[in-house]
Design a binder for this molecule. Structure first.
Ligand SMILES: *Cc1c(COP(=O)(O)O)cnc(C)c1O
Length: 369
């Protein structure tokens, strides 16, 4: 489809590759990039294509649908669904050679049955809840896993857990989780069940918890160049920029208003630029009256309520502004930068939500392939 609306997310694949190389400086373990939610909004098919060129062979997604899209494009890759899949979808998993997580008996039983029926072996990873409180085997893990291990036509390739506080200043709870995980693993080994791949590390754990790296790491956000949390600022480069061009310019008088409910009233004659982007594109409405964009290397403030498809900014102080000028909503312009982390902090959320909130309506443009 042609793109007539001048709004786009620029995805820098060279920066993505450099971020992968930076991650490799933190660990020797295998890297399984997490590309759920369309690679945190960057476009899973393109992101996987780029990382594959760097030798990555295994990728993690949240849902079966996401895995099936990647399977279509990349028949050779190892694809794992790190979130739960209901037992009734086991045949698709086995047929498409997609590794599911298993966090309850019913999944294992159904996988085994599907694999037996299809005369295949189903590869799976067991999820253990050591303190995240989301999914996974808990107190009865040892007993249940031993029971699963006796099922026909399955191969328990991996066992993993997820850390709830790897990004906190205090790592006591994370160490406790790892200890629980290690203890369970040792008990399984003592029972003769040796599972080749253990994993626990998300981005913050890759950066600061080497004892969580085991055989495999699961970084997400740092690949996309964003610090997982404040205080963990790193050398990673943001991969995505969000841009729009000015589609309308006018000057309003003192006392005139902008947008719904007239929440902005001009205190002085104001030069107003309209951008063809709104909350339906993921430009969060919480940024109304105060959020910033970049234009000609300078900051301009969003005025009035952000609408579904349009947003107004005050460009009074910026010289030479013309119709069609490019405005940076996320990213760098000259010396100025607007990061997903800063934008998130200003509206009380996290950078993850900003990135994956950039909607499908925004075309992705891939640069530096
Ligand atoms: C999303 C997710 C990750 C990646 O987390 P980041 O903080 O983005 O690195 C890793 N593991 C699991 C289980 C996840 O759900």
């Amino acid at each position: 489809m042609d793109n007539f609306r001048p709004v786009w997310a620029e995805v820098n694949l060279a920066a993505l590759k450099r971020n992968l190389q930076r991650i490799k400086q933190y660990t020797d373990s295998e890297i399984m990039p997490i590309v759920k939610a369309n690679a945190y909004g960057h476009g899973a098919v393109e992101v996987v294509g780029a990382l594959r060129e760097e030798g990555i062979k295994r990728f993690g997604v949240a849902f079966l649908e996401e895995a099936l899209v990647l399977r279509q494009y990349y028949p050779d890759l190892t694809i794992m669904v790190i979130g739960p899949t209901l037992p009734e979808f086991s045949e698709i998993l086995v047929q498409q050679d997609i590794i599911p997580e298993v966090c309850q008996w019913e999944q294992a039983e159904a996988l085994s049955a599907a694999a037996t029926k299809l005369k295949k072996t189903a590869r799976l990873h067991l999820k253990v809840d050591t303190g995240m409180g989301r999914i996974g085997f808990r107190e009865n893990a040892l007993k249940e896993i031993k029971r699963i291990a006796r099922l026909p036509n399955i191969f328990i390739e991996g066992i993993y857990t997820h850390l709830a506080t790897a990004d906190s200043v205090d790592l006591t709870y994370a160490y406790k989780q790892l200890q629980t995980f290690d203890k369970l693993y040792e008990s399984l080994c003592a029972e003769g069940l040796e599972i080749p791949i253990r994993h626990a590390a998300n981005s913050p754990a890759v950066l600061r918890l080497p004892q969580s790296h085991y055989e495999l790491c699961r970084p997400g956000i740092i690949l996309y160049g964003i610090a997982p949390t404040k205080g963990l600022e790193t050398e990673f480069e943001p991969v995505m920029s969000l841009k729009a061009r000015i589609v309308h310019l006018k000057t309003i008088d003192k006392g005139q208003s902008v947008s719904y409910n007239r929440s902005f009233i001009a205190a002085y004659p104001t030069r107003v630029a309209t951008l063809p982007i709104g909350y339906a594109d993921g430009l969060r409405r919480g940024l109304s009256n105060g959020g910033e964009v970049l234009l000609n290397g300078q900051r301009a403030v969003i005025i009035g309520q952000i609408c579904m498809d349009q947003t107004m900014v005050d460009v009074t102080e910026i010289e030479g502004v013309k119709l069609g000028d490019v405005v940076t909503i996320l990213g760098r312009d000259g010396e100025e930068t607007i990061s997903a982390a800063k934008m998130a902090a200003s509206i009380n959320t996290i950078s993850y939500e900003i990135l994956c909130g950039i909607s499908q309506r925004v075309p992705r443009i891939y640069v530096n392939r």
